[in-house]
Write a protein that binds this ligand. Structure first.
Ligand SMILES: [Cu+2]
Length: 148
């Protein structure tokens, strides 16, 4: 795999912070209910652009499966890792190169779209991070607020 290069400095930080502040999406306000009594997945579209998650901040209903459809429009690979601080730390220091088998963890190669479905079982906040070298510290992170 080609080395991943961080594009820090290529994008003015002031512009990025304005973007991330505004990008709040309220998902799963009206969870659908399937024929067998299980909630149907809510679809959340995430774009990976300029080494950022767009949107970076989400609010979802507890118990609703969320199908994340993640498109990476950057010319470099990214990943979408959903989890608490411990999960983020583990991935930041870990050596896993590919993700896809664990719900909420997926590698999204440059120019591609990948999906992962995750059911939020506890209220609170989980983090989203990309742990390609340098990306998390650069600011490629976000959060999901889980409400009842
Ligand atoms: Cu990244």
């Amino acid at each position: 795999m080609a080395p991943v290069k961080v594009m820090a400095g290529a994008y003015p930080l002031a512009r990025l912070s304005a973007l991330s502040g505004a990008a709040i999406l309220l998902a799963a306000l009206l969870p659908g209910v399937g024929g067998v009594g299980r909630p149907e997945p809510q679809v959340v579209i995430i774009t990976l652009r300029h080494s950022r998650f767009l949107p970076a901040h989400l609010t979802v209903r507890r118990g609703t499966p969320v199908r994340f459809v993640i498109t990476n429009v950057d010319p470099i690979d990214h990943e979408f890792i959903l989890g608490d601080e411990a999960v983020q730390r583990r991935h930041e220091t870990g050596t896993e190169q590919e993700h896809g088998a664990v719900p909420g963890e997926v590698t999204v190669p440059a120019g591609s779209t990948r999906e992962t479905t995750y059911t939020f079982t506890r209220p609170g906040r989980l983090l989203i991070g990309c742990h390609a070298p340098g990306h998390y510290n650069y600011g490629m992170r976000g959060w999901v607020r889980v409400v009842d």
